[in-house]
Each structure stands twice: as C-alpha cells, then as structure tokens.
Write a protein that binds this ligand. Structure first.
Ligand code: AP5
Length: 272
C-alpha cells in the first residue's frame, strides 16, 4: 500500500486530501497511548499499512508548524512548549482537533497517535465524536519500562526531510547521517535531548493514569507489553483486537518467505 500524504491532517479542514485512503474491510477508529519512545509512531506505521486508515499525530502537527509560517501565535507557543518537552495546552490541542473533523469522518477511519493525552482532552474528544455520531473502537496502550524508553530516545535519529526514523544501534542508516530513503540529513529530534526527555516522561507519568482509567471504564482499553521487538508488539496488538471480536484483513499464506507485510517505522511526510 503506498504511503499516503497527510496534508489535510497537518493543514486543517480547509485542505482536501490528495490521496484519500481506501478502507480495508471495516472502518477503524483507534487511539494509541504510550510514553515517549514507547513505539506509537512505529506501530502506527505498521497498523495503518495493515488496516488501511491514516495515522494522525498531534506531534506531527506541531513539528509541521515549525516548517510552515502559519501566522498563528498559538502554534509558535505550541512549538516552543514541544521543544522544551512540555505538553501543549489543552485548549490549543482541542482547537486543532476540532479543525480536523474531516479526517475524523474519513470513511477509512483514523488512528490517533498522541491524542488524547490528558483527561480534559479525552472528555472533550468524546464530545466531538458524539457530535459527529462516531465511536472509538479501541484505545491501545503500549507499556515499556522507563529505562528502555530512555535508551530508545537517546538513540533515536530522524530524517529531518521525510521523518523516517532510525536508531544509532538498532537501525542505523546505511551511510552515517544520511537518510536511506530520501538522502536527507538524519539528525536528533530537538526534544530528544536529555532534559526535554526527562520533562516528557514526567508529563506522561502525570497524565496517563487518569486517561487509561477513563478508557478502562469505557471498556475500550487494550494494554500491550511493548518492550519486545516491533514485530512482536504488532502481532500482539492484532491478536488483542481479534480477541475483542474485530475482524482483521485476511492474508493468503505466503508461498515463500518474503519481505515483512508492513514496513517498520515508515515515515510520516511533513509539509514541504
Ligand atoms: P509526539 O510526537 O507524539 O511524541 P511522543 O509522544 O513523545 O512520542 P515519540 O514520537 O517520542 O515516541 P513514539 O512512542 O512515537 O516512539 P517511536 O515509534 O518514535 O509529541 C511530541 C510533543 O508534541 C509532545 O512532547 C508535546 O509537547 C506535544 N504534543 C503532542 N500531542 C499532544 C497532545 N495531545 N497534548 C499536548 N501536547 C501534545 O520509537 C522511538 C524509538 O524507539 C525509535 O528509534 C524506534 O526505532 C525505536 N523503537 C520503536 N519500537 C521499538 C521496539 N519495539 N523495540 C526497540 N526499539 C523500538
């Protein structure tokens, strides 16, 4: 399945989707929860390749804001907060989500990576979904011990042009500092500096208990142990969805061992 552009999500409802996704079977509406470095982005790429919806990341909106002159002072504030490793204020995040209702109504569904992140956001999102007569299918919570998170973020490198993710030990680019995919510069994300990582982990720990409990009460929470390989985490996620009665796409058995069916950590394109 070709990688889709997410320009509508990144720009807001005034823009039309250039490459609308095609539903694969049912319309999926999923949320991914997890600490910084838990692998939400990695799993989002694998799940969207498998299930056909778009992966929509609030972090990508704030990163894209840096590349575009939006003229909105609130985006400058959001970006500054992100760089420091702080959460962006709820009112800014909720305004952005409200402006992107078209993506939430997409016939192929959606997979939200990094939203909602606070109980205020979760409750407001429920109101938005109710107004649109939509329902979440499941909220998947990836859990990883904190020492593993620190190691993952310390080693993460990202192509600053196409956002392809790398890791200095586990997944280095073929040529040091050069993206395998587009030849762009592979660098450290500014909010992966140790001080910002520390703040991001604290912000996560402060908020996650209430958010997880909120979705647990709705019986939508699926908890996935995620300190293993990306492929194993992906298989566990699909198994838990299947155990909840969701029908998954069928695959013909492969005649021979071929490439993996979903790319690990496919890039999320940002705006030119
Ligand atoms: P966001 O972009 O959402 O960042 P994050 O939540 O901190 O998550 P990361 O992107 O760091 O990690 P990930 O879980 O996606 O892991 P990944 O797959 O990349 O948000 C950035 C900022 O925006 C926030 O700090 C905040 O300021 C703001 N923001 C966004 N949404 C907001 C909201 N709703 N409210 C308020 N503020 C908001 O993997 C990490 C590394 O580990 C990679 O190197 C990868 O290759 C590796 N890896 C992945 N899986 C595995 C595995 N299974 N085994 C080994 N290595 C793995």
């Amino acid at each position: 399945m070709p990688l889709r552009e997410q320009t509508t999500w990144l720009r807001g409802d005034r823009f039309h989707c250039l490459q609308p996704p095609t539903a694969v079977g049912r319309t999926w509406r999923l949320v991914l929860l997890g600490a910084p470095g838990a692998g939400k982005g990695t799993q989002a790429a694998m799940l969207t390749a498998e299930l056909g919806m778009c992966s929509l990341s609030t972090g990508d909106i704030f990163r894209a804001a840096e590349l575009r002159a939006t003229g909105r002072t609130e985006m400058a504030e959001a970006h500054a907060r992100m760089m420091r490793g702080e959460l962006v204020p709820d009112d800014i995040v909720l305004r952005l989500i409200g402006e992107r209702r078209n993506c939430l109504r997409c016939p192929a569904g959606f997979l939200l990576d990094g939203f909602p992140r606070t109980i205020v956001q979760a409750a407001a999102f429920d109101g938005l979904l109710a107004a649109e007569r939509l329902q979440l299918d499941a909220v998947i919570h990836y859990q990883v011990p904190i020492m593993d998170l620190v190691a993952r973020l310390a080693g993460r490198r990202v192509c600053s042009r196409c956002q392809a993710p790398y890791h200095v030990v586990l997944r280095p680019p073929r040529i040091d500092g050069v993206c395998d995919r587009c030849g762009g510069p592979v660098t450290r994300r500014p909010d992966d500096e140790p001080e910002a990582v520390h703040r991001r982990l604290i912000a996560y720990i402060d908020a996650i208990g209430a958010v997880a409990a909120y979705y647990c009460r709705q019986d939508r929470l699926l908890t996935v142990p995620a300190a293993t390989t990306p492929e194993r985490v992906f298989e566990t996620t699909l198994a838990l969805l299947a155990a909840r009665g969701f029908e998954l796409p069928r695959h013909e058995p492969a005649a021979s061992a071929g490439p993996p069916r979903a790319p690990v950590g496919a890039p999320v394109p940002l705006l030119p």
